[in-house]
Design a protein around this ligand. Structure first.
Ligand code: GLN
Length: 544
């Protein structure tokens, strides 16, 4: 109660800003550190959000191949975003929105549109101040509206990159404008271990901080990623050479799961140091009971199942990030260790499908675009259907299950999606009417949250425990309602329908042990605190 009052007394207009930058190498896990810090601050009673600034020129990552930056994450309000936003939601259990992910492309697009409208009439439009002003506006926008006490903004890329310079300059200006009690910078670097000399090396960190200093930014806190624990000598040395207080040199040692990082950061007192620097009260240490309980279940499984994840981007684990994280959440609930076997859909053929899939207790066919690997996905759906193996098809995965059923049960010999065959006589998956005239590729799919009404007494009804849900979408093609009756009559039942458009959202096979295809993406809304019921129930069926 005391904490509640004290937080309300804080001037809510006085939002505090934390910037997280990275140095030395990319892929150090800024997203996980930001999410972990946010989790700790949230556990202490603060309302926190995280924003990601990406330095590439694409307006959003929707047009990127997953091989480039991993999965494209979709928010409830229909933004196609960086996969780090998935971590933010999974850790915080709070939805993000379009405003939480900004790219250089979007910034320039806004500025150029304004220039064409004549908003800067007579002026030369420049990186400074026009681009940096737009960056600052977008950062402050997230903090406006009295929703959050603290905004954490993660700057993509590595300090020193040409393309992140405008962001770094915007941070410098904001630090100066907002003052040191309202705005701090946390810099994440790598301390490599040289096995030849048996030493941890701090020089790259020193250089990286120097680069930040050249840009006019003194970081308040350093988080050092390392394989081995840092001695107090090393911390003292880094503190001295980087002008950072010794207790603000935080170590982040490699751990077995990303979900352990908040607890490590709590031990390192990262949250307390942040609150002190931002002149915010720190309540007593948060117990994080739910979080610890989740970790305990995750690490002490009573069951084991092997699940086949059939997709075409399997070489890059980040391409299916939300799906693999959803399995971690649902595995923990079921106290089940999940061996997720990535299977390339192009490798699956008639003659080897049994051999490849025979050890699997459950099969998931992944989302995707384009015709590469489609026949392998269709064969996979057939194998799961005929062998009574629990099956979850997501988006394209559902579409493949529909195509398979049409070809092999309904005997529609050339049944297909018009995405792969325009001339099919049985377009069981077809382009939505409103998609037919669209030529632009960026941001034009059916995106974000849509309602779905679930048929009573269906498997989906049992899974969700309700008849009305909202799930996130990202696709152009749909189940073709022309064939609705034939499917239903022959045992593949549409059990979830969008009430506004009548589009089929869920199909299932009641005669099968557990067979569900969903046109939406349940993986985007699974979190540690709220594991998605489809994944939880799927795993339960696989254990049975
Ligand atoms: N390519 C399919 C479509 O656009 C499926 C998309 C997906 O799996 N996200 O409808």
């Amino acid at each position: 109660m005391l904490l509640y009052i004290s937080l309300n007394l804080l001037d809510l207009a006085n939002v505090k800003y934390i910037f997280v930058t990275g140095g030395v190498t990319s892929s150090l896990g800024k997203g996980i550190i930001s999410s972990s810090l946010a989790k700790l601050l949230q556990a202490r009673g603060y309302s926190v959000t995280i924003q990601k600034l990406d330095p590439y020129i694409n307006v959003d990552p929707g047009t990127l191949n997953p091989y480039e930056h991993g999965e494209c994450y979709v928010t409830l309000d229909g933004a196609e975003t960086d996969l780090d936003l998935g971590h933010y939601e999974r850790f915080l259990n709070v939805p993000t929105s379009q405003a939480n992910n900004i790219t250089t492309g979007r910034i320039y697009q806004t500025v150029i549109n304004k220039e064409r409208k004549g908003d800067y009439l007579g002026k030369t439009v420049q990186v400074i101040p026009h681009i940096t002003d737009e960056i600052k506006r977008r950062i402050k926008l997230v903090g406006s509206g009295n929703k959050f006490n603290i905004v954490i903004t993660e700057i993509g890329g590595t300090v020193g990159d040409i393309e992140s310079l405008p962001y770094i300059e915007a941070v410098r200006q904001l630090k100066w404008e907002l003052g040191s009690r309202n705005c701090i910078v946390i810099h994440l670097t790598l301390v490599p271990y040289l096995s030849a000399s048996g030493e941890l090396k701090t020089k790259p960190t020193q250089h990286s901080v120097k680069t930040l200093l050249e840009a006019g930014i003194q970081p308040e806190i350093l988080v050092l990623r390392t394989e081995k624990s840092l001695s107090s000598d090393i911390r003292r040395k880094v503190a001295l050479f980087c002008n950072v207080e010794e207790n603000a040199v935080i170590e982040s040692v490699d751990v077995s799961t990303i979900y352990e990082v908040p607890l490590r950061m709590l031990e390192e007192k990262l949250d307390q140091i942040v609150l002190k620097k931002l002149a915010l009260p720190a309540s007593k240490e948060p117990p994080l009971t739910e979080w610890r309980d989740f970790l305990k279940r995750l690490k002490n499984p009573k069951h084991f199942v092997r699940i086949g994840l059939v997709g075409k981007y399997v070489e890059l684990p980040d391409a299916y990030k939300s799906i693999s994280e959803s399995f971690i959440h649902s595995g923990a609930v079921n106290e089940c260790e999940i061996d997720l076997v990535n299977i390339h859909s192009e490798d699956i053929m008639n003659e080897n499908v049994n051999a490849i899939l025979s050890g699997m207790k459950g099969i998931l066919v992944a989302p995707g675009f384009g015709s590469r690997g489609i026949e392998g996905k269709i064969l996979t759906a057939k194998y799961a259907r005929e062998n009574n193996i629990p099956f979850l098809g997501i988006c394209l995965g559902m579409q493949c299950a529909v195509i398979e059923f049409a070809r092999n049960v309904l005997h529609f010999d050339d049944a297909d999606s018009t995405e792969f065959n325009h001339k099919t006589r049985f377009p069981v998956i077809d382009l939505m009417e409103e998609q037919k005239s669209i030529t632009d590729m960026g941001g034009t799919m059916r995106l974000g949250g849509y309602k779905c009404v679930i048929a009573k007494n269906s498997l989906a009804n049992k899974v969700y425990g309700k008849t009305e849900i909202v799930e996130r979408h990202r696709h152009r093609y749909e189940f073709n309602n022309r064939f609705y009756d034939e499917f239903k009559k022959n045992g593949m039942v549409p059990s979830g329908i969008n009430p506004e458009s009548n589009l089929v959202e869920i199909i299932e096979i009641p005669a099968h042990k557990w067979f569900i295809g969903v046109q939406f993406h349940p993986e985007y809304s699974s979190t540690v605190v709220n594991p998605h019921p489809l994944f939880v129930n799927f795993i339960k069926a696989c254990i049975d």
